[in-house]
Design a protein around this ligand. Structure first.
Ligand SMILES: Nc1ncnc2c1ncn2[C@@H]1O[C@H](COP(=O)(O)OP(=O)(O)OP(=O)(O)O)[C@@H](O)[C@H]1O
Ligand SMILES: [Mg+2]
Length: 270
């Protein structure tokens, strides 16, 4: 399990520890998928607001920094947020291509950072499930695999909507995000069970926001249970922010730090 601590109050050396955590995830991902060609990795979680988008975006940046060609795709067509983190326009994007209004070339934001392209979600569609399950999306992903070393998919939570499960056949592995003192154990177990059921390969679980300054603080991870309330997620399916999201601490995104020099490429499997 990887841990990320972005709580500024808890750790003055924030950026260093957060960056290190993303690098660790990057290295683990590079070693955990023994395949040649493009590696397609989904980031998901059990419920809303656990840090999927933040982690997926930062890991995409981190992989690009190691001289890989990376495409970050926002496949959360209901509550897209990647564009906010990378400060891009969300439209036109994926949905506009799937609906036939735009070409891929028109909507991919090229070289947002050296080596990193971004495909935002696009115009909010009334039928996101159909778009995610469409042959067009499968074909589009297949086509994109020829152009990138890594494709990172940011997706909605597994226990709320089925989109991430629908995408499972097209990805090589899944990174689960959980948030200590936030993610209910039964929610995480349920999500993992569903992913296993559709044959998904879980590459690892990221403990996002873990209090790592407390020695061996993973013990706190046992205190699940605060978040079983589905009524809180009633806003899923709209573009508006939920109360829970607004209550979350301000992001300390590494993604805006685009000036860092390219890192040495970690050695990958043959
Ligand atoms: N490690 C962290 N420390 C502090 N704040 C964080 C951390 N990770 C995420 N956040 C904040 O928590 C909120 C939710 O994060 P994010 O949007 O990445 O979650 P998500 O799982 O993608 O949510 P959704 O289910 O709505 O797509 C955001 O305000 C984000 O900035
Ligand atoms: Mg998100």
């Amino acid at each position: 399990m990887n841990t990320i601590n972005q709580d500024k109050k808890a750790n003055n050396n924030l950026l260093f520890t957060a960056k290190e955590a993303y690098r660790t995830i990057r290295t683990n991902l590079m070693f955990s998928l023994a395949k040649k060609g493009c590696k397609t990795i989904m980031f998901t979680s059990s419920v809303q607001g656990e840090g999927k988008t933040t982690t997926a975006s930062n890991v995409a940046f981190s992989i690009a920094r190691s001289n890989k060609k990376v495409l970050l795709i926002d496949v959360d067509l209901r509550r897209p947020h990647v564009h906010r983190l990378v400060k891009l326009s969300n439209t036109p994007g994926l949905t506009n291509v799937l609906s036939g209004f735009n070409s891929l070339e028109e909507v991919i934001h090229k070289e947002v950072f050296k080596g990193l392209d971004v495909l935002c979600a696009g115009t909010i569609s009334p039928n996101p499930s159909e778009l995610v399950a469409s042959e067009e999306l499968a074909e589009l992903l297949e086509k994109l695999k020829a152009d990138y070393n890594f494709i990172i998919l940011d997706t909605p939570p597994v226990n709320i909507v089925s989109d991430a499960l629908t995408l499972m056949p097209y990805v090589d592995g899944v990174v689960m995000i959980a948030r200590p003192n936030y993610t209910a154990r039964k929610e995480l177990q349920n999500a993992i069970g569903q992913i296993n059921l559709v044959g998904g390969k879980i590459l690892g679980v990221v403990a996002n926001g873990a209090q790592i300054e407390k020695k061996y603080g993973y013990g706190r991870y046992g205190r699940y249970g605060r978040y079983g309330r589905y009524d809180r997620y009633g806003s899923y399916g709209t573009a508006s922010s939920s109360a829970q999201e607004q209550a979350a601490p301000a992001p300390q995104e590494d993604v805006s730090e685009q000036t860092e020099k390219t890192e040495e490429e970690p050695k990958e499997e043959a």
